[in-house]
Design a protein around this ligand. Sequence first.
Ligand SMILES: Cc1cc2nc3c(=O)[nH]c(=O)nc-3n(C[C@H](O)[C@H](O)[C@H](O)COP(=O)(O)OP(=O)(O)OC[C@H]3O[C@@H](n4cnc5c(N)ncnc54)[C@H](O)[C@@H]3O)c2cc1C
Length: 383
Amino acid sequence: MRIGIIGTGVAGSLLAEALADAPGLDLLAFERVAPGEHAEAGTGLNVGPNAMKALRLHLPARHAALRAASLPWRRWFVDLADGTRLMDLDLLDVAEDHGMRIRWSELYRHLRAPVADRTRHGHVLEAIEEDAAGRLVPVFRTAEGLARPGGFDLLVGADGRYSRLRALTCGEPESIPLGVCIWRLLVTEAADCPYDDYGQWFNGNHRLLSFRVPGGAVYIAGTFPLPRDGQIPEEMKTEAAQRALFTPAGAPPCPAVAWMLGKVATHLPDIHWARSATAPLLRHDPSGRALFLGDAAQAMVPTLGQGATQAVECGLVAASVIRTGGGAREVAAARDPRVAFVRDFSLEASDTLVPGTDVVAGTRAKIAPDFLAKLRRTYTDVT
Ligand SMILES: Cc1cc2nc3c(=O)[nH]c(=O)nc-3n(C[C@H](O)[C@H](O)[C@H](O)COP(=O)(O)OP(=O)(O)OC[C@H]3O[C@@H](n4cnc5c(N)ncnc54)[C@H](O)[C@@H]3O)c2cc1C
């Protein structure tokens, strides 16, 4: 069976590694960036305990390498911007493994290295054709011109949120906006950062989220509601606007928020601004010849840090299914109920970002038994 993987990000690299020694498979991966080029991935990630459990069970060597390249994600605390603590959760109360905090470039480096010999870099998927046997033939743009590497029995779209394979075989997915702006920043001079593990700080429905990552760096993300037209107003991309969003009325910001606002001021041009959105879940094309994994199938809201986390599960679970002779439909059966649950739960957990929601009550609900039971299911229910 000939399998082609488009994209060696999280899901694609893990799928390729987990299938590398599978008998009877001829496997080739295609990646648009050059070897060793991880520059587009400049920020940090918190990857959930469920991804670490899946790696521990399916690919122990990769689990060990990623543990060594990351910091453990042990706690999740939530404060108000004046420092009032609302929640402080030990992840092992709801999980069997710690999560990890890692620089995105390091995650890609560790995942791509083991599959380098099977990857054709500098290949950008442009079009899809069909061969005489009815197999899909990907057409790539390369530095030398168009490349057609022949027909594949299964083409895997692991090419991320704007999946070209999904668009070519099933049409562009509808983008479902969450109505919030999310900005991200990686600060590398952070020795004086007053916190370590994963925290969130709310001023009304405006939220800062931050944690340390290896190499003495700190990842910061800010979230605030967008106006009705859904666009990010240019006037919000200023130091003064961001200070106003995250400074509590009538009180100074706590040391953590003050530190982050100082970094916003000095790194304003480095901030990456985006609008948070999801897309409908789709696992494969109608013929079953194109399979979608990770963001290509299931763009997630970022609230519970389940984007890369679910992409890890996707790559590893799809590999187990394919090893036992399954195809796109069997992967859908193994993945879709789980992904639907995690997506719905991530949306439910985004309640405190919505204007008018009571942040104190919404956060306290996250330490109530119902929410914690769902969090435990998210973090442990790994195939
Ligand atoms: C700034 C930011 C912060 C985030 N923080 C977190 C977090 O803390 N925790 C978390 O779990 N998730 C987080 N996410 C989400 C997470 O990064 C994604 O969910 C995850 O990377 C998806 O993995 P993937 O394998 O589906 O796709 P990706 O990792 O996006 O990989 C796609 C791959 O396909 C390649 N590619 C794309 N198009 C083509 C093409 N046409 N031809 C060939 N190759 C192509 C790309 O170069 C890339 O290598 C964050 C996302 C962003 C943007």
